[in-house]
Design a protein around this ligand. Structure first.
Ligand code: SF4
Length: 88
């Protein structure tokens, strides 16, 4: 499942800096997450870094982009074919 950034974003930019997949980008009035790149940080960290570092703690699972851990791991491998995933 991809994460998403709902209304309430204060544009601090922590999520963009911390995302290991470059999935976060600047939207019109808040940051956005590309569901094609978000792995919930699977392969890198045990918790989603955008949610862990957000100043207002708002990134949340996106119910419109549900995936299993196996699917997220496959996405990691496609995004980073030369990297070994860190498994938790
Ligand atoms: Fe990036 Fe991880 Fe947040 Fe997804 S959950 S947008 S991969 S920091």
């Amino acid at each position: 499942m991809s994460y998403r950034i709902p209304e309430g974003c204060i544009y601090c930019g922590n999520c963009e800096e911390e995302c290991p997949n470059d999935a976060v980008y600047e939207g019109d009035d808040k940051f956005e997450i590309d569901p094609e790149k978000c792995t919930e940080c699977v392969g890198f960290f045990d918790v989603p870094q955008c949610a862990a570092t957000c100043s207002v703690e708002i990134p949340e699972p996106d119910p419109d982009h549900q995936e299993t851990k196996e699917q997220l791991l496959e996405k990691f491998k496609k995004l980073h074919p030369d990297k070994e995933p860190v498994l938790f």
